[in-house]
Design a protein around this ligand. Structure first.
Ligand code: ADP
Ligand code: MG
Length: 335
């Protein structure tokens, strides 16, 4: 391929979209959010700019997250979003880029087609797909090509993907639609029911990032939560403790751990033994929940670590796969 055709990796996440250009690295990192004019259907803003508008827009502007549970919920908006980010990445000249996109392992053929189609429509010459757990593991530097089992748990916004990989393939995997967004919802419900205060999605996410934890330790933080009193309807600020948030999210955390256990149960014994020895690696933004690694290690009795840059693993791993883009495209060709 000539110098003018760029090879590009896209991590089309429910929460964040990351674009990686071969030879350059990550060039775009923005929330997967699009602001739309409700009446004209026009895109008003994309990414960070659209994200800032959530909850603060006049009534005619709505902020949409076009990816839901790891798949495209709104095709046209997703396509506009990808187009915008590809333009921002500056990879379209007179030649169109070749693109590898990662997709959750659990999605249907129709959902895969939709991703391919959206990327082509957004200006790609050719597109290949890579499964998210493989990309996450490659990005975390796990030895996926070796004849040894590696386990990766990628906790994003919409889905938690658990997989055991060996010799370049996924041996066993599980995808559950419980991840960062579900934790935010659990916090909203808890505060409403137990404290009598209504908070929005943004506040819930802030609380989670500030004092979300899965394991009790000596330094327990607090957070001043601003919301609206359920009975009076007036603004109110309440100090919330880390232990309360832990209680709020624990059921979801347990489901994630259950998915890990189930995946291990469906892994051949030799490979499961490899995982016991080499450990579990956590990626995705949800890996940053304080003490989650510790809790998983305690329950599963398997050493567990958070990847160095958990939010970037999938994009970096998809980027690494660009070295094999020719063979991936020939297997995967739709144009
Ligand atoms: P996706 O791949 O679905 O776009 P990401 O891997 O980008 O998701 O992770 C986004 C999720 O991670 C969001 O739910 C976000 O709230 C959560 N997250 C990001 N940083 C933290 C943090 N420090 N603590 C807890 N959760 C976090
Ligand atoms: Mg992701």
């Amino acid at each position: 391929m000539g110098l003018l055709t760029k090879d590009v990796a896209i991590d089309l996440g429910t929460a964040n979209t990351i674009i990686y250009v071969k030879g350059k690295g990550i060039v775009v990192r923005e929330p997967s959010v699009v602001a739309i004019d409700r009446y004209t259907g026009k895109v008003v803003a994309v990414g960070n700019e659209a994200n800032e508008m959530i909850g603060r827009t006049p009534e005619n502007i709505i902020a949409v997250r076009p990816m839901k549970d790891g798949v495209i919920a709104d095709f046209d908006i997703t396509q506009s979003m990808i187009k915008h980010f590809i333009r921002q990445a500056n990879v379209v000249n007179i030649f169109k880029p070749r693109v590898v996109v990662c997709i959750p392992s659990g999605i249907t053929e129709v959902e895969r087609r939709a991703v391919e189609e959206a990327v082509i429509q957004a200006g790609a010459k050719e597109v290949a797909l890579i499964e998210e757990p493989m990309a996450a593991a490659m990005g975390a530097g796990l030895p996926v090509d070796k004849a040894t089992g590696s386990m990766v748990v990628d906790i994003g916004g919409g889905t938690t993907e658990v997989a055991v990989l060996s010799m370049g393939g996924i041996v066993s995997s599980r995808s559950i639609r419980i991840a960062g967004d579900a934790l935010d919802s659990a916090i909203i419900n808890y505060l409403k029911k137990n404290i009598g205060i209504n908070v929005g999605d943004k506040m819930a996410e802030k609380i989670k990032m500030a004092i979300g934890s899965a394991y009790e330790d000596n330094e327990e933080g607090t957070y001043d939560v601003r919301g609206r009193d359920v009975s009076t309807g007036l603004p109110r600020t309440v100090q919330i403790r880390e232990s309360q948030i832990r209680e709020a999210i624990m059921e979801n955390i347990e489901e994630m751990i259950e998915a890990i256990k189930m995946t291990l149960e469906h892994t051949p014994p030799e490979l499961a033994a490899d995982v016991m020895e080499h450990g579990i690696t956590l990626t995705g933004g949800g890996a940053l929940i304080k003490g989650l690694d510790r809790l998983i290690a305690e329950v599963t009795k398997i050493p567990t670590t958070v990847a160095e840059y958990p939010l970037d693993c999938v994009a970096v791993g998809t980027g690494k796969s660009l070295d094999d883009i020719k063979s991936m495209l020939s297997k995967n060709r739709i144009r």
